[in-house]
Design a protein around this ligand. Sequence first.
Ligand code: ACO
Length: 308
Amino acid sequence: MNAGILGVGHYAPEKVLTNQDLEKMVDTSDEWIRTRTGIEERRIASDDMDTSDMAYEAAKNALEDADMQAEDLDMILVATVTPDTPFPSVATMLQHRLGANKVAAMDVSAACAGFMYGVITAQQFISNNAYKNILVVGVEKLSKITNWKDRNTCVLFGDGAGAAVIGPVSEDKGILSSELGSDGSGGEYLYQDDTLFMNGREVFKFAVRQMPESSVNVVKKIGLSEQDVDYLVPHQANIRIMEAARQRLGISEDKMSTQIKRYGNTSSASIPIALSEDVKAGKIKDNDLVVLVGFGGGLTWGAVALRW
Ligand code: ACO
């Protein structure tokens, strides 16, 4: 049984923090941020909105899109590095709040690749017929671990949530191939101590190599070529890293999601937010070959090729 995406949804907090706002907070400029990263603005959650609250809104949206109720779910996976608390997990909070039956629920920790780890984990349970419908959420309140005095990092990140309902689809549809990997030797390049620390240059070097490579790998695994890709949804960390993946596939600009402009890097939430935005805008059509690809702290990475 193939596993496919039956519905998508997202939630973005109302408060918009622009590059101009950041100019007043640290020594930076709109021009520097736009040209180096592609980011124009990001969303910041209010004090009374925690990670699980955003996850709940995105989950409701995805269930509605899939035309399903919480009772239809068999499992809940939440990718996040900014849970409300280390435990109980955001996934169990969501199970209770959505009113899902007493289904399996757990958080997945793989930083910005977390949503890909969640989707590919869900795929295993569906393809071996253990479960039918699985909710996968990617959600972050990065603002609570951001050092707002560090211009190297604070201009990059934002808050938000994205979700997808994964379920059985016909043999020629859904996830056709996947790839997951990690390299803990690069753990020192991106981690949370009190706040978030990042060696931007090292992460950049890793990402411009890994994201294009994983994108090509999942397409080759199904015997297709790079140009067969109809749409690319890369982790929205930096437009220059995303461009490296797009150019390696040799596809035109309109075939890649660029929600980074409006949301910045929302870590685990970036791929499902971009996917939800683009599906709802009609950019992804029935039968399109779509590649989702992410990388993150760990270091971690993951990709899928799927037939929409
Ligand atoms: N405003 C102005 N100047 C800045 C800013 C800023 N916000 N931030 C850094 N600079 C300065 C630096 O201090 C440096 O100055 P120096 O030359 O005097 O030392 C200069 O700009 C250039 O710095 P570089 O690091 O060379 O800039 P680069 O072009 O590499 O861009 C960036 C930096 C955007 C961080 C880039 O390296 C990058 O995107 N790296 C990957 C980051 C990433 O993807 N992180 C997410 C990982 S996913 C996850 O798990 C969270």
